[in-house]
Design a protein around this ligand. Structure first.
Ligand SMILES: CC(C)(COP(=O)(O)OP(=O)(O)OC[C@H]1O[C@@H](n2cnc3c(N)ncnc32)[C@H](O)[C@@H]1OP(=O)(O)O)[C@@H](O)C(=O)NCCC(=O)NCCS
Length: 222
Protein backbone atom coordinates (compact mmCIF):
# COMPACT_ATOMS: atom_id res chain seq x y z
CA UNK A 1 0.00 0.00 0.00
CA UNK A 2 2.88 2.35 0.80
CA UNK A 3 4.40 1.66 -2.63
CA UNK A 4 1.11 2.58 -4.33
CA UNK A 5 0.85 5.73 -2.24
CA UNK A 6 4.41 6.73 -3.09
CA UNK A 7 3.73 6.14 -6.80
CA UNK A 8 0.64 8.36 -6.64
CA UNK A 9 2.51 11.06 -4.74
CA UNK A 10 5.40 11.05 -7.24
CA UNK A 11 3.02 11.18 -10.18
CA UNK A 12 1.50 14.31 -8.65
CA UNK A 13 4.92 15.88 -8.08
CA UNK A 14 4.72 15.78 -4.30
CA UNK A 15 8.14 16.20 -2.72
CA UNK A 16 7.61 13.75 0.08
CA UNK A 17 5.37 11.95 2.55
CA UNK A 18 4.67 12.88 6.15
CA UNK A 19 3.44 10.47 8.82
CA UNK A 20 2.77 10.85 12.51
CA UNK A 21 3.30 8.12 15.12
CA UNK A 22 2.87 8.13 18.89
CA UNK A 23 6.08 8.52 20.87
CA UNK A 24 5.61 5.17 22.64
CA UNK A 25 4.63 3.16 19.49
CA UNK A 26 7.98 1.40 19.10
CA UNK A 27 6.94 -1.11 16.44
CA UNK A 28 5.26 1.51 14.26
CA UNK A 29 8.33 3.74 14.56
CA UNK A 30 10.65 0.90 13.56
CA UNK A 31 8.34 0.15 10.60
CA UNK A 32 8.56 3.75 9.37
CA UNK A 33 12.33 3.88 9.80
CA UNK A 34 12.84 0.63 7.85
CA UNK A 35 10.95 2.22 4.95
CA UNK A 36 13.04 5.36 4.64
CA UNK A 37 11.11 7.75 6.91
CA UNK A 38 13.24 9.94 9.17
CA UNK A 39 12.12 11.54 12.42
CA UNK A 40 11.61 15.25 11.69
CA UNK A 41 9.96 16.62 14.81
CA UNK A 42 8.52 15.72 18.19
CA UNK A 43 5.22 17.28 19.12
CA UNK A 44 3.21 16.89 22.27
CA UNK A 45 -0.17 17.95 23.50
CA UNK A 46 -0.44 20.12 26.59
CA UNK A 47 -3.56 20.56 28.64
CA UNK A 48 -4.72 23.46 30.79
CA UNK A 49 -7.46 23.04 33.36
CA UNK A 50 -9.67 26.13 32.89
CA UNK A 51 -11.88 25.36 35.89
CA UNK A 52 -8.95 25.82 38.26
CA UNK A 53 -7.31 28.61 36.25
CA UNK A 54 -6.40 31.60 38.40
CA UNK A 55 -6.85 34.63 36.18
CA UNK A 56 -5.59 37.11 38.79
CA UNK A 57 -2.25 35.31 39.05
CA UNK A 58 -1.62 36.30 35.42
CA UNK A 59 -3.03 39.83 35.41
CA UNK A 60 0.45 41.35 35.23
CA UNK A 61 0.93 39.96 31.69
CA UNK A 62 -2.15 41.80 30.47
CA UNK A 63 -1.09 44.94 32.31
CA UNK A 64 2.36 44.83 30.74
CA UNK A 65 0.96 44.41 27.23
CA UNK A 66 -1.62 47.17 27.82
CA UNK A 67 1.08 49.51 29.12
CA UNK A 68 2.75 49.20 25.69
CA UNK A 69 -0.44 50.62 24.16
CA UNK A 70 -1.74 47.26 22.91
CA UNK A 71 -5.49 46.54 22.94
CA UNK A 72 -7.23 43.18 22.61
CA UNK A 73 -10.55 42.31 21.01
CA UNK A 74 -12.23 39.30 19.48
CA UNK A 75 -13.44 39.17 15.87
CA UNK A 76 -17.18 39.20 16.51
CA UNK A 77 -18.60 42.09 14.50
CA UNK A 78 -15.33 42.54 12.57
CA UNK A 79 -15.48 44.32 9.20
CA UNK A 80 -14.44 42.78 5.88
CA UNK A 81 -11.27 44.90 5.93
CA UNK A 82 -10.39 43.62 9.42
CA UNK A 83 -10.82 39.99 8.27
CA UNK A 84 -8.57 40.63 5.26
CA UNK A 85 -5.93 42.24 7.47
CA UNK A 86 -6.09 39.29 9.87
CA UNK A 87 -5.85 36.71 7.08
CA UNK A 88 -2.69 38.33 5.83
CA UNK A 89 -1.18 38.54 9.36
CA UNK A 90 -2.05 34.88 10.03
CA UNK A 91 -0.53 33.83 6.70
CA UNK A 92 2.78 35.57 7.41
CA UNK A 93 3.07 34.57 11.10
CA UNK A 94 2.19 30.96 10.32
CA UNK A 95 5.12 30.90 7.92
CA UNK A 96 7.40 31.86 10.84
CA UNK A 97 6.57 28.81 12.97
CA UNK A 98 9.22 26.07 13.04
CA UNK A 99 6.38 23.67 12.11
CA UNK A 100 6.31 25.22 8.64
CA UNK A 101 10.02 24.81 8.00
CA UNK A 102 10.56 23.69 4.37
CA UNK A 103 6.84 23.68 3.68
CA UNK A 104 5.08 25.97 1.18
CA UNK A 105 3.33 29.11 2.48
CA UNK A 106 -0.38 28.50 2.99
CA UNK A 107 -2.69 30.09 0.44
CA UNK A 108 -5.18 32.73 1.55
CA UNK A 109 -8.00 30.23 0.98
CA UNK A 110 -6.34 27.70 3.28
CA UNK A 111 -5.91 30.39 5.95
CA UNK A 112 -9.55 31.40 5.53
CA UNK A 113 -10.50 27.75 6.03
CA UNK A 114 -8.96 27.97 9.52
CA UNK A 115 -10.22 31.41 10.53
CA UNK A 116 -13.66 31.62 8.95
CA UNK A 117 -14.81 28.65 6.85
CA UNK A 118 -14.50 26.07 9.60
CA UNK A 119 -17.33 24.55 11.63
CA UNK A 120 -15.10 24.61 14.75
CA UNK A 121 -14.05 28.25 14.41
CA UNK A 122 -15.99 31.08 16.00
CA UNK A 123 -15.22 34.82 15.85
CA UNK A 124 -15.34 35.10 19.68
CA UNK A 125 -12.47 32.61 19.83
CA UNK A 126 -10.16 34.65 17.60
CA UNK A 127 -8.46 37.30 19.71
CA UNK A 128 -6.52 40.07 17.99
CA UNK A 129 -3.87 42.36 19.51
CA UNK A 130 -3.79 45.84 17.98
CA UNK A 131 -1.55 48.85 18.26
CA UNK A 132 -2.90 52.12 16.86
CA UNK A 133 -5.64 49.97 15.25
CA UNK A 134 -3.10 47.84 13.32
CA UNK A 135 -3.27 44.09 13.98
CA UNK A 136 0.05 42.90 15.47
CA UNK A 137 -0.87 39.51 16.91
CA UNK A 138 -3.60 36.89 17.08
CA UNK A 139 -4.62 33.70 18.76
CA UNK A 140 -7.14 31.21 17.38
CA UNK A 141 -9.22 28.72 19.36
CA UNK A 142 -11.21 25.91 17.75
CA UNK A 143 -13.94 23.82 19.33
CA UNK A 144 -12.70 20.25 19.88
CA UNK A 145 -15.47 18.20 21.47
CA UNK A 146 -15.82 19.55 25.00
CA UNK A 147 -12.45 21.27 24.81
CA UNK A 148 -11.02 24.34 23.16
CA UNK A 149 -8.05 23.67 20.90
CA UNK A 150 -5.45 26.45 20.87
CA UNK A 151 -4.84 26.28 17.14
CA UNK A 152 -2.32 29.09 16.70
CA UNK A 153 -0.77 32.07 18.47
CA UNK A 154 1.50 34.56 16.75
CA UNK A 155 2.90 38.00 17.44
CA UNK A 156 4.61 40.28 14.88
CA UNK A 157 8.39 40.19 15.25
CA UNK A 158 8.84 43.76 16.47
CA UNK A 159 6.34 43.16 19.29
CA UNK A 160 7.66 39.91 20.72
CA UNK A 161 8.88 39.59 24.31
CA UNK A 162 6.33 42.07 25.70
CA UNK A 163 3.90 39.50 27.06
CA UNK A 164 1.49 39.97 24.15
CA UNK A 165 1.52 36.22 23.43
CA UNK A 166 0.54 35.39 27.01
CA UNK A 167 -2.03 38.20 27.07
CA UNK A 168 -3.67 36.91 23.86
CA UNK A 169 -3.99 33.43 25.36
CA UNK A 170 -5.36 34.85 28.60
CA UNK A 171 -8.14 36.54 26.62
CA UNK A 172 -8.85 33.27 24.78
CA UNK A 173 -9.00 31.41 28.10
CA UNK A 174 -11.56 33.92 29.37
CA UNK A 175 -13.62 33.55 26.19
CA UNK A 176 -13.59 29.75 26.53
CA UNK A 177 -14.49 29.88 30.23
CA UNK A 178 -17.44 32.15 29.46
CA UNK A 179 -18.73 29.30 27.21
CA UNK A 180 -18.30 26.79 30.07
CA UNK A 181 -15.27 25.06 28.50
CA UNK A 182 -13.13 23.28 31.10
CA UNK A 183 -10.00 22.30 29.15
CA UNK A 184 -7.69 24.01 26.69
CA UNK A 185 -5.50 21.79 24.52
CA UNK A 186 -2.45 22.78 22.52
CA UNK A 187 -0.06 20.82 20.30
CA UNK A 188 3.48 22.10 20.12
CA UNK A 189 6.78 21.28 18.56
CA UNK A 190 9.35 20.42 21.21
CA UNK A 191 11.83 22.91 19.75
CA UNK A 192 9.47 25.91 19.64
CA UNK A 193 10.84 27.45 22.86
CA UNK A 194 8.88 30.73 22.70
CA UNK A 195 5.43 29.10 22.62
CA UNK A 196 6.49 26.50 25.21
CA UNK A 197 7.48 29.38 27.51
CA UNK A 198 4.13 31.07 26.91
CA UNK A 199 2.25 27.84 27.72
CA UNK A 200 4.45 27.09 30.74
CA UNK A 201 3.76 30.58 32.10
CA UNK A 202 0.04 29.79 31.93
CA UNK A 203 0.36 26.38 33.62
CA UNK A 204 -0.16 23.94 30.72
CA UNK A 205 0.77 20.33 31.57
CA UNK A 206 2.48 18.08 29.03
CA UNK A 207 0.79 14.91 27.74
CA UNK A 208 2.06 12.11 25.46
CA UNK A 209 4.06 13.16 22.41
CA UNK A 210 3.95 12.20 18.74
CA UNK A 211 6.80 11.96 16.25
CA UNK A 212 6.47 13.38 12.77
CA UNK A 213 8.33 11.31 10.20
CA UNK A 214 9.20 12.61 6.75
CA UNK A 215 10.35 10.78 3.63
CA UNK A 216 11.64 12.67 0.59
CA UNK A 217 10.57 11.17 -2.73
CA UNK A 218 12.70 11.10 -5.85
CA UNK A 219 10.97 13.02 -8.68
CA UNK A 220 8.87 10.91 -11.11
CA UNK A 221 11.12 11.66 -14.12
CA UNK A 222 14.17 10.37 -12.19
C1 LIG B 1 5.30 32.23 20.34
C2 LIG B 1 5.03 33.74 20.29
C3 LIG B 1 3.58 33.95 19.96
C4 LIG B 1 5.35 34.36 21.68
O1 LIG B 1 4.88 35.68 21.66
P1 LIG B 1 5.50 36.82 22.65
O2 LIG B 1 4.54 37.92 22.66
O3 LIG B 1 6.89 37.12 22.25
O4 LIG B 1 5.53 36.02 24.03
P2 LIG B 1 5.52 36.68 25.49
O5 LIG B 1 6.24 37.98 25.44
O6 LIG B 1 4.11 36.69 25.96
O7 LIG B 1 6.40 35.60 26.27
C5 LIG B 1 5.93 34.83 27.33
C6 LIG B 1 7.11 34.30 28.10
O8 LIG B 1 7.93 33.51 27.24
C7 LIG B 1 9.25 34.03 27.20
N1 LIG B 1 9.73 33.99 25.82
C8 LIG B 1 9.11 34.47 24.72
N2 LIG B 1 9.88 34.28 23.62
C9 LIG B 1 11.00 33.65 24.06
C10 LIG B 1 12.18 33.17 23.42
N3 LIG B 1 12.36 33.30 22.10
N4 LIG B 1 13.11 32.56 24.18
C11 LIG B 1 12.95 32.43 25.51
N5 LIG B 1 11.85 32.86 26.17
C12 LIG B 1 10.90 33.46 25.46
C13 LIG B 1 9.12 35.48 27.63
O9 LIG B 1 10.32 35.94 28.21
C14 LIG B 1 7.99 35.43 28.60
O10 LIG B 1 8.44 35.05 29.88
P3 LIG B 1 8.32 36.09 31.11
O11 LIG B 1 6.86 36.29 31.33
O12 LIG B 1 9.01 35.36 32.19
O13 LIG B 1 9.01 37.33 30.63
C15 LIG B 1 5.96 34.41 19.22
O14 LIG B 1 7.30 34.05 19.49
C16 LIG B 1 5.63 34.04 17.79
O15 LIG B 1 4.78 34.68 17.16
N6 LIG B 1 6.30 33.02 17.21
C17 LIG B 1 6.06 32.64 15.80
C18 LIG B 1 4.75 31.90 15.66
C19 LIG B 1 4.78 30.59 16.45
O16 LIG B 1 5.72 29.81 16.40
N7 LIG B 1 3.67 30.33 17.17
C20 LIG B 1 3.53 29.13 17.94
C21 LIG B 1 2.93 28.03 17.15
S1 LIG B 1 1.20 27.99 17.45
Amino acid sequence: MLAVLEGEARARDFRGLVGTVQEDARRARAWMERRGFHPFAVRFDSLLNLERFDRDAHARHLERASAAGVTFADMSGATGAQWRELLSLFQSLLGETPDMQDLPVWTTDRCRAVLQNNPNARPEWIIVARHASKAIGLTIGHKLGDEIYAYFTGVAHAWRGQNIGVALKLMLIEAARSHGVETMRATNLDRNTPILRVNAALGFKKALGTIEYRKLLAPAQA
